[in-house]
Write a protein that binds this ligand. Structure first.
Ligand code: KG4
Ligand code: ZN
Length: 341
C-alpha cells in the first residue's frame, strides 16, 4: 500500500449529491444530500436534479472534508462519476471535480458508476473487521438503472456475464409501486410493506430468458393486468391487500434475481459471491441470498446499507485503486450518460 493518498470523491449521477473523503482506501466521511423534490413527480426530473446538485455540491463537499478532519490542502486527487447517469447531473459533479483539481493542480480520476457499486465491497472502515472479497468475485448488481451479473477478476477488471434485456430490477420495484399509488422511490416502501405480507398470496408472471440475462417488463405488465382485473371486481382491492401485493411482488423479483445468481455461480464455479446497488438494500433479497449462501457454501458479501444506494465512498474506493495504477484523467474529459462495462 502506498501511504498518504487522500481522495475527495464526488457522485452526482442521478438524484443524490454525495461527497466522500477516502484515505488509503479507508472511508473517512461519506455525505449524501437526497433530493426530496422528485417525490412530488413520482420519479426523477432531470432538470430539477441538476439544479439541486448545483445547490448541494459545495455544502456537501465542505461537510465531507470537515467530517473527515481534512482540509482542501490534504487532498491528493479528485474523483468523480463520469457515467452512466443523467447528463445534466453528471455535468455538475464533473465540472466541480475539474475545477477543484485545476485550482490545486491535482490529478483527476474518472470513475464508472457501475464499477463503483461493485467496488463498494472494498470500502475499508477504521475500527471494524474489514472483510473483502477474493478474486474472482461474482457480483449481482441491482439498481434503478441496471441489473447485471459481473465477474471481477481484480479490483479494476470486470467482465459482464449477464444483463437485463429491458427494465432493471429497481425500475420494476419503482414502476409497480407507482401503479399501486406508492411514492418514489418505491423499492424501500415495498420492502417495508412486504414485511407484513404473504409472499405467496399472489402469483405474477416470471420471464423465461435463456442464459444469464434478465427481463422485468413482462412482470410489470402482468402486475398491471392482475390489478386491473381485481380492482374491477373490488375497488378496494389494492388498499385491502397492500401488504400481500407488496410481498408477492418482492418475492417474484427476488426469485428471478436469485435463480440467475445461483446459475451464474454454478456455471462459473465462483463461490466468492456478493450483491450491490440500491436494490441490494432489500431485506428480502438479502435473506434469500444468505439462504443460498448457506446451502451452497458461498463466501457471501452483503454491502453495508450505506453503500447500497448511490454514494461517493464507492467512487473514492474505486479511484484509490486507479490512483495506485496512475490511471488519471485528462481535463478534456466530458461526462457520458451511457457507458457499457
Ligand atoms: O443504486 P441506486 O441508488 O441508483 C441507481 O444507480 O439506480 O438504486 C436506486 C434503486 C431504486 O430503484 C430504489 O427503489 C431501489 O434502488 N431500492 C430498493 C431498496 N432501496 C433502494 N429496492 C428494493 N428494496 C429496497 N430496500
Ligand atoms: Zn447507482
Amino acid at each position: 500500500m502506498v501511504p498518504g493518498i487522500t481522495i475527495l470523491a464526488i457522485e452526482s449521477s442521478c438524484d443524490d449529491t454525495s461527497a466522500a473523503v477516502i484515505s488509503d482506501g479507508y472511508v473517512l466521511s461519506n455525505l449524501i444530500a437526497n433530493q426530496d423534490i422528485h417525490k412530488a413527480y413520482g420519479g426523477v426530473v432531470p432538470e430539477l436534479a441538476s439544479r439541486a446538485h448545483q445547490a448541494n455540491i459545495i455544502p456537501v463537499v465542505d461537510q465531507a472534508l470537515s467530517k473527515a478532519g481534512k482540509s482542501r490542502d490534504d487532498i491528493s486527487a479528485v474523483a468523480f462519476t463520469r457515467g452512466p447517469g443523467l447528463l445534466g447531473s453528471l455535468l455538475v459533479g464533473t465540472s466541480f471535480a475539474k475545477g477543484f483539481a485545476l485550482v490545486r493542480n491535482l490529478p483527476l480520476i474518472e470513475v464508472n458508476h457501475l464499477q463503483a457499486h461493485v467496488m463498494a465491497h472494498f470500502a475499508l472502515e477504521h475500527g471494524r473487521d474489514n472483510r473483502t472479497p477474493g478474486f474472482p468475485f461474482l457480483c449481482l448488481l441491482v439498481s434503478g438503472g441496471h441489473t447485471q451479473l459481473i465477474v471481477m477478476h481484480d479490483h479494476l477488471s470486470m467482465e459482464l456475464i449477464g444483463n437485463t434485456i429491458d427494465d432493471a430490477a429497481g425500475e420494476a420495484f419503482d414502476k409497480c409501486a407507482k401503479v399501486i399509488g406508492l411514492p418514489y422511490p418505491g423499492g424501500p416502501v415495498i420492502d417495508m410493506l412486504a414485511a407484513d405480507g404473504d409472499p405467496h398470496a399472489f402469483l405474477f408472471a416470471k420471464p423465461r430468458i435463456k442464459g444469464l440475462n434478465f427481463s422485468f417488463s413482462g412482470l410489470k405488465t402482468s402486475f398491471l393486468y392482475f390489478l386491473r382485473d381485481r380492482v374491477r371486481e373490488d375497488e378496494n382491492f389494492i388498499a385491502g391487500n397492500m401488504n400481500d401485493i407488496a410481498a408477492s411482488l418482492q418475492n417474484t423479483i427476488i426469485e428471478i434475481l436469485v435463480a440467475k445468481l445461483v446459475r451464474a455461480s454454478k456455471e462459473t464455479g465462483i463461490t466468492e459471491v456478493g450483491i450491490a446497488g440500491g436494490v441490494s438494500a432489500n431485506s428480502g433479497l438479502r435473506k434469500a441470498v444468505q439462504k443460498e449462501a448457506a446451502k451452497r457454501g458461498w463466501n457471501l458479501f452483503l454491502p453495508e446499507l450505506r453503500y447500497t444506494t448511490d454514494n461517493a465512498a464507492m467512487i473514492g474506493v474505486t479511484a484509490y485503486y486507479k490512483y495506485l495504477r496512475s490511471e488519471f484523467t485528462d481535463h478534456s474529459v466530458v461526462p457520458q450518460a451511457r457507458i457499457e462495462m
